[in-house]
Design a protein. Structure first.
Length: 335
């Protein structure tokens, strides 16, 4: 049987802290549709983590969180600027356009998953014309799809010209915990001009859940109606919210992410193949030809070939040093 330890951080089980909170939330009766005390407590903990006064909602998936957020920032005839390999551009099956009733995605280049500021400036300078969807928002990702981490200053350099145009900013934080564990200051987000943030729960070790954090109060109006129409306002919303309590109350959110990052660095130290991108969060991307990848699969380890042709290895909260060493030995044997 193939081992999926390093295929994705989605393949890991849920953490004990998240599951304990989920079981605790199962006691007694509450009001529904996110109006319960469990959801309120989880939202307070998210606000505390960010040191920000914002509206917080919990949804089932990153695809829903990102797509609904972008739909709130754009009209159907407008476009979102994003890195060409951002999840919203490559892995969401057109969901932003579906939820946004036709909103477009304008793909920008940049090394290791980070948007090139010059490319962003060029896109912002494009004239409004009737035959092309004009930009209305910027979508950023931290940590990026290639495991690199923007600093607050680097994000600010990208958001400043966007906000000067009056456009919206969305931050996809599917691996925000890993970015924070790598040194990114979560409390700086409120100063960066971000209108809507997605705080990843699933990849951080929770059962399926993501937090949508709305910094712009004008976007919060009727947001629950938007969620309801999108099938993302469940009657038992406390079960989406509860894992965040377990992960945030005792610091497990950052503690587990720091472990995942450390395991990625350990694997990098054992890697016999060239590493293409800086190892700053919990992922490695290495140069490996197809016959070698097939030998890896035959040895019992599964890994994906990624968008730029590299082979991706992701570490999670549940990655053990022993598993890293075992994979490292298998890689050495097939190298």
């Amino acid at each position: 049987m193939a081992r999926y330890d390093f295929a994705s951080d989605n393949t890991a089980p849920a953490t004990p802290e998240a599951l304990k909170a989920l079981i605790a939330a199962n006691e007694g009766f509450t009001s529904g549709y996110g109006t319960d005390q469990v959801s309120a407590q989880a939202a307070d903990l998210v606000r505390q983590m960010l040191d920000a006064d914002a509206e917080v909602r919990f949804v089932a998936s990153g695809t829903a969180a990102n797509s609904i957020s972008l739909a709130a920032l754009c009209r159907p005839f407008e476009s979102v600027l994003a890195h060409e390999h951002a999840h919203v551009c490559t892995d969401e099956t057109g969901a932003p356009g579906f939820f946004g009733q036709g909103l477009g995605l304008t793909r920008l280049p940049g090394a290791s998953g980070k948007i090139d500021p010059a490319a962003l400036a060029q896109a912002l300078d494009q004239p409004d014309v009737s035959y092309r969807q004009p930009a209305a928002a910027l979508s950023l990702t931290n940590a990026t799809e290639y495991g690199t981490v923007y600093s607050a200053d680097a994000l600010k350099a990208l958001t400043t010209p966007v906000k000067a145009k009056g456009y919206g900013v969305h931050l996809d934080g599917a691996r925000l915990a890993n970015a924070a564990a790598a040194g990114f200051d979560l409390k700086a987000i409120k100063t960066l001009g971000v209108d809507i943030l997605v705080v990843g729960g699933t990849k951080a070790g929770m059962p399926p859940t993501e937090a949508v954090v709305i910094f712009d109060p004008t976007l919060a109006r009727r947001f629950d109606a938007r969620l309801k129409q999108a099938g993302q306002l469940p009657s038992k919303g406390r079960f989406y919210a509860a894992p965040f309590i377990g992960m945030l109350e005792g610091g497990a959110f950052l503690r587990h992410a720091a472990h995942a990052n450390a395991m990625a660095r350990k694997l990098a130290g054992l890697m016999p193949f060239p590493v293409r991108h800086p190892v700053e969060a919990n992922g490695l991307f290495v140069e490996m030809d197809e016959p070698t990848l097939q030998r890896l699969h035959a040895s019992g380890w599964f890994a994906y070939r990624f968008l730029d042709g590299t082979v991706r290895f992701m570490c999670s909260w549940a990655t053990t040093a022993e598993a890293v060493e075992a994979l490292g030995e298998s890689l050495r044997q097939i190298a």
